[in-house]
Ligand binder design. Structure first.
Ligand SMILES: [Fe+2]
Ligand SMILES: [Fe+2]
Length: 149
């Protein structure tokens, strides 16, 4: 009888973790620039206020990621982000924002799953992941409301 096959859990290497955290930092900076541009362009006060809140949350995410990268001996990427080209309507902007949040959800979950020896970084990425899920849920419901307006 053959031995049952042993499978190894995914285990990200230290350089893969730092690369992932810096990719997340870049995405957070992009999100700050995009939410800021969308808030400025938005004529609906309630949506504008929500977009400004999201922008501020993403800024805080970026600061926490940079601190964690430094604590792990890495160098946080420093290039600033410019807002992406503005779509034609509020629904277009929110759809772009939702796409960015969906990327973050998948990427942060990948890091949470694959970081095996560093509970503090897992905790950070779990908190950020929960925030991004909430952002995505708000974007989805707001897009639905716009579609039925
Ligand atoms: Fe974020
Ligand atoms: Fe977000």
């Amino acid at each position: 009888m053959s031995e049952p096959m042993r499978t190894e859990p995914t285990r990200l290497a230290p350089d893969e973790i730092l690369a992932g955290l810096n990719g997340a930092l870049r995405a957070e900076r992009q999100a700050v620039a995009d939410y800021d541009a969308h808030a400025r362009a938005c004529e609906r006060l309630d949506v504008r206020n929500a977009l400004e809140t999201l922008r501020d949350v993403e800024r805080e995410h970026g600061l926490r990621l940079a601190r964690r990268i430094t604590a792990l001996g890495g160098s946080p990427v420093s290039e600033p982000a410019d807002a992406r080209p503005l779509g034609e309507s509020l629904a277009d902007w929110l759809a772009d924002d939702l796409q960015s949040e969906q990327w973050a959800i998948l990427e942060y979950a990948r890091l949470v799953a694959g970081i095996v020896d560093d509970d503090e970084t897992v905790e950070l990425m779990t908190e950020l992941l929960v925030d991004e899920i909430r952002h995505a849920t708000w974007l989805k419901s707001t897009l639905r409301a716009l579609a039925h307006a």
